[in-house]
Structure formats: C-alpha cells, structure tokens
Design a protein around this ligand. Sequence first.
Ligand SMILES: NC(=O)C1=CN([C@@H]2O[C@H](COP(=O)(O)OP(=O)(O)OC[C@H]3O[C@@H](n4cnc5c(N)ncnc54)[C@H](OP(=O)(O)O)[C@@H]3O)[C@@H](O)[C@H]2O)C=CC1
Ligand SMILES: O=C1O[C@H](CO)[C@@H](O)[C@@H]1O
Length: 313
Amino acid sequence: MSPKLLTDVYYTLNDGKKVPAFGLGTYNEDESQHHKITQAVITAIEEGVRHIDTAWYYETEPYIGKALKDVFDRGIVKREDLFITTKVWPSMHDKVEKSLDRSLEQLGVDYVDLFLQHWPLCFESGPDGYPATPVDDAGEIILAEKADYLDTYRQMEEIYHKTSKIKSLGVANFPVRKLKQLLKTCKVKPVNNQIECHPEFPQTELGDFCAENDIIVTAYSPLGGGGNGAPLIKNKRAAALTEKYKDYNINEILYSYHIQSGRIVIPKSLNPKRIQSVKKLVPLTKEDIEFLESGPHKRYTDNPWYGHVGFGY
Ligand SMILES: NC(=O)C1=CN([C@@H]2O[C@H](COP(=O)(O)OP(=O)(O)OC[C@H]3O[C@@H](n4cnc5c(N)ncnc54)[C@H](OP(=O)(O)O)[C@@H]3O)[C@@H](O)[C@H]2O)C=CC1
Ligand SMILES: O=C1O[C@H](CO)[C@@H](O)[C@@H]1O
C-alpha cells in the first residue's frame, strides 16, 4: 500500500468548513526573491497542495495571484478546490475591509477561505497602513494607543456577515489571555489560531486551550523560520527519527509531527524541487512525538512588537 500523503489530510473547522492540514507558506522577508513565489505556488498546487497561506503584510499576494491565474486557466484546479488564507495587519486595524479588498484584488479571487487577525495589536500608521511597522527614534513600535484590537475582529465579523468575501474567521499570535478576551466578546467564534509551533516550541498550554475551545492551531515557522536559517533542520531528535523512518526525509518528519498532533502546518519553500520532495505523512507514534518535544524549548521568531502581545499568559 502506498503511504498516506501530507496533502491527504483534511480537518473540519468549528463552523463546519473543511481545511487541508498541509499548506504552503509565502512569507519572505527578502523582496528580491518574491518573483519565485509564483512558481512555488504553481508547483505546490501541481503536487496536490490545496492550502496557501499569505497576508496583506507579506506583499506576496500579486505573485500568488499570477500562480492562481495560471492553474485556473490550465484547469489544474478550480477556485473551490483551494483553501486560501490571508490576514489583516495591525497597521490596517481600522481599515479592515480595505485590507481585505486589496488582498482579494491582488490574489484575483472573490473570497478567501480564512481571514485572520494577524496580531492582537493596533499600530499607528498612515491612511494606507504604511509604514507597516511604524517605529519611533528609539526603534520602539508605535501603537495606536486609543485603538482596541477587539474592534479589528468586530470589523472582520461585520464583513463576514454582510458580504461573501470571507468563508471563515480566525486569529494569529493570540496568547491564552487575548483569546479569552476575544471569546467573551465575539459573535463569530474564531476557527483557527496561527502560532509559531515546532518540536522546540510546542506551545502545549496554548494548544490545549485552543483544543478545549474547538479552535484549530496552525503551526507557522515549522522549521523555526526561513530568516533564521530554518534551525529545526538541524534538530537532533528529528534527525534520529529519519534513521527510524528511513523512507522519509526530515521535512516530512517535522511536518508530520503537526499533522499527527491535529494541527495544520504551513511550511514555506521557494524551491520547486524541495516542494516536490516533501510528500509523505510519517506514521509517527505518540512516543515519537514526546521524544521530539523532549529537548530544550525556545521561540525563534522575534519582532519589535512581541513585548506588547503578552505572550506567556
Ligand atoms: N502568522 C504569523 O505571524 C506568521 C506566519 N508565518 C507563515 O508561516 C509560513 C512558514 O514559516 P516561515 O517563517 O516562512 O519558515 P519555515 O519555518 O517554514 O522555514 C522556511 C525556510 O526553510 C528552508 N528549508 C526548508 N527545508 C529545508 C531543508 N531541508 N534544508 C534547508 N533549508 C530548508 C526554506 O528554504 P527553500 O525556500 O529553499 O525551500 C525556507 O527558507 C510563512 O511563510 C508564513 O506563511 C510565518 C511567520 C509568522
Ligand atoms: O507573518 C509574519 O511573518 C513575519 C516573520 O516572522 C512576522 O513579522 C509576521 O507575523
């Protein structure tokens, strides 16, 4: 029997919609590489990936839009076969529909499957949301002091109710305390919380809270982040499991770790050969997962606004 593929797995969200467990991330801080995203998305879709993750902030949506036009024109997939996620950035906290409309226009689609609040924060920026990360002379992020991050979600709910531009609503980078506040006030329960997660930062407490509340976790930066040199690729425990599971590569081990734990995972790759080589779902056991998580833990991604989120609650 041929092995199960990463792309075979789908979950049901708390609003009844289906989501593919394996997606392609598209954040790349090096703008000169953005043109490669078109081919990466085309290759991923040709290989059976049906979930694409992007954001207003990434500036990669036009390149994804080109790829979508190509695969639709060639009849590889139809719009309804894909699950597309985008996000509203804190500098667009009071212009949520404008943010979504730019995303839709650049992607060349009428709706997104999942619209996420990117951070539980509001930044003070210009009318078009730029600078996206406003900082003062000391390099400190400038928050919109009078704004409330819960209002951003309220605007998302309004668009969800009044238009057909969004299928499901969710959040990203929400710690337990912020989720609790949101769950008290929201009318539409988030289906998803997208967070940094990998064996060196398993986020067990936050994951348990999400599970208790029927909120699926998406693991971002599953290799610790491209900008950090994908440190998980050197993880000794994951390497040891490639000895046990000889027909599988380390990427497959590290992505199956999430899917076998009930999470969505959205690794980024701009390399078509790599995309083609990462296919199989590894039949990891509970013991393998505990083994992977048994090393020292650390968060890899860091941003000037992290201190304002209240991680750790
Ligand atoms: N909601 C949020 O705040 C955030 C969301 N995200 C989302 O998650 C996605 C994934 O996270 P991201 O931070 O991009 O990084 P990942 O942890 O997915 O790492 C991606 C990098 O790993 C490299 N890589 C993959 N396999 C190997 C290998 N075998 N050997 C060496 N290098 C390898 C890739 O290179 P190559 O291109 O050559 O394959 C790429 O540069 C993002 O693109 C974005 O969509 C990310 C951060 C924050
Ligand atoms: O999605 C995102 O990607 C970058 C890199 O970590 C981060 O700033 C943002 O939340």
